[in-house]
Design a protein around this ligand. Structure first.
Ligand code: NAD
Length: 260
C-alpha cells in the first residue's frame, strides 16, 4: 500500500473525520486493552472497571484507576497525536471522535475532539451526576477514604464510561452525526471490537464515506476499507501529514511508501 493511496484519499476528502482508539496512545506509554501487554491481560474488566465493581469492590476499582492515572500523569502526546493536530490545522481533518479517555489529542493541539467514552480529567458522582476535577477523587483516596460527592454523598468515579454505563448522549449524538456526514473516516489504533463505537465506521460506510484504517493488527472492517495501513500510528500518521501538509517529525524525510 503506497503512501500515495492514503494521501490521495485524504486529499480528495472534503469532510474527513478521524476515529481513534487506545492504539494511538500506546506510543505515549499508555497500554491499550487487547494487545499483548494490554490492560485486559492483567485484570478482568468486569472485576475492576464496571459499575458493579465500583459498588461492590471499590478497592479494586479505585486501585485500577489510580494506576491508570499515575501512568497518564507521565504521558505526553506522541507524533501520531501531533500529526492529527497538524491535519486538523491544515483543514484535512474536521473532527476527531475518540474512544480514549487520556486527553492526549487536546494536549497535542487538536480542537474538535468528541470524547465518546468520557475523560480522566474529571470526576463524576454516580448518584447526582455532579462533575468536578479528578483531584477531588485522588485527594480523597490519598487521605485513605472513599471519594464522595460534596453535594449528595454518592461515590465519585472518574468521568469515564464504565462497563454497564450508558454512553454520554450528547457526545454520542455528535459522533454519529460526524460519522454520517463525513466522506472519509480515518480509523487509527482501534480494534473496532467495542460497540457501539465500533458501529461508527459502518454508519460512515452506509452514508457513502470511504475508510482509511491505520492499525497494527487486522480489524473487522479491513475488507470494507479503501486503504489499510498496517503498522505504528506514530510512524504512519506523520508521513501522511507530511505528504498532505508538508509537516512531519523534524529531520524525517517523508517516506515514499507506507509499510504494509
Ligand atoms: P483496543 O485495545 O481494543 O485496540 C487497540 C488496537 O490498536 C489494537 O488493534 C492494536 O493492534 C492497535 N494498536 C496498538 N498500538 C498501536 C500503534 N502504536 N499503532 C497502531 N495500532 C496500534 O482499544 P480500542 O479499540 O480503543 O477499544 C477499547 C477501549 O479502550 C475504549 O473503550 C477506550 O476507552 C479504552 N482505552 C483507552 C485508553 C486511553 O485512553 N489511552 C487506554 C486503554 C483503553
Amino acid at each position: 500500500m503506497s503512501l500515495g493511496a492514503a494521501a490521495a484519499l485524504m486529499a480528495e476528502a472534503r469532510r474527513a473525520v478521524a476515529l481513534t482508539g487506545a492504539g494511538i496512545s500506546t506510543e505515549s506509554g499508555l497500554p491499550d486493552f487487547r494487545s499483548l501487554g494490554g490492560l485486559w491481560q492483567e485484570a478482568d474488566p468486569m472485576a475492576v472497571a464496571s459499575r458493579t465493581a465500583l459498588e461492590r469492590r471499590p478497592e479494586a476499582f479505585y486501585a485500577f484507576y489510580r494506576a491508570r492515572l499515575a501512568k497518564l500523569a507521565e504521558a505526553r502526546p506522541n507524533p501520531g497525536h501531533q500529526a492529527l493536530a497538524d491535519l486538523e490545522r491544515a483543514g484535512r481533518v474536521q473532527t476527531i471522535i475518540t474512544q480514549n479517555v487520556d486527553g492526549l489529542h487536546q494536549a497535542a493541539g487538536s480542537r474538535r475532539v468528541i470524547e465518546i467514552h468520557g475523560n480522566l480529567r474529571e470526576s463524576a458522582c454516580i448518584l447526582c451526576g455532579a462533575v468536578g476535577p479528578i483531584s477531588l477523587l485522588v485527594e480523597a483516596l490519598d487521605a485513605g477514604g472513599l471519594p464522595r460527592c460534596g453535594r449528595c454523598g454518592g461515590l465519585l468515579k472518574p468521568n469515564v464510561v464504565l462497563f454497564e454505563d450508558l454512553m454520554p448522549q450528547a457526545a454520542w449524538q455528535q459522533a454519529t452525526e460526524a460519522a454520517r456526514t463525513c466522506d472519509v473516516m480515518l480509523v487509527v489504533g482501534s480494534s473496532l471490537q467495542v460497540t457501539p463505537a465500533a458501529s461508527l465506521p459502518q454508519e460512515a460506510l452506509d452514508c457513502g464515506a470511504r475508510l482509511l484504517i491505520i492499525n497494527r493488527e487486522p480489524t473487522p472492517y479491513d475488507r470494507q476499507a479503501t486503504v489499510v495501513a498496517r503498522g505504528e500510528a506514530g510512524r504512519i500518521l506523520p508521513q501522511l501529514a507530511a505528504a498532505l501538509c508538508g509537516t512531519g517529525a523534524p529531520g524525517e524525510e517523508p517516506a515514499a511508501r507506507l509499510p504494509n
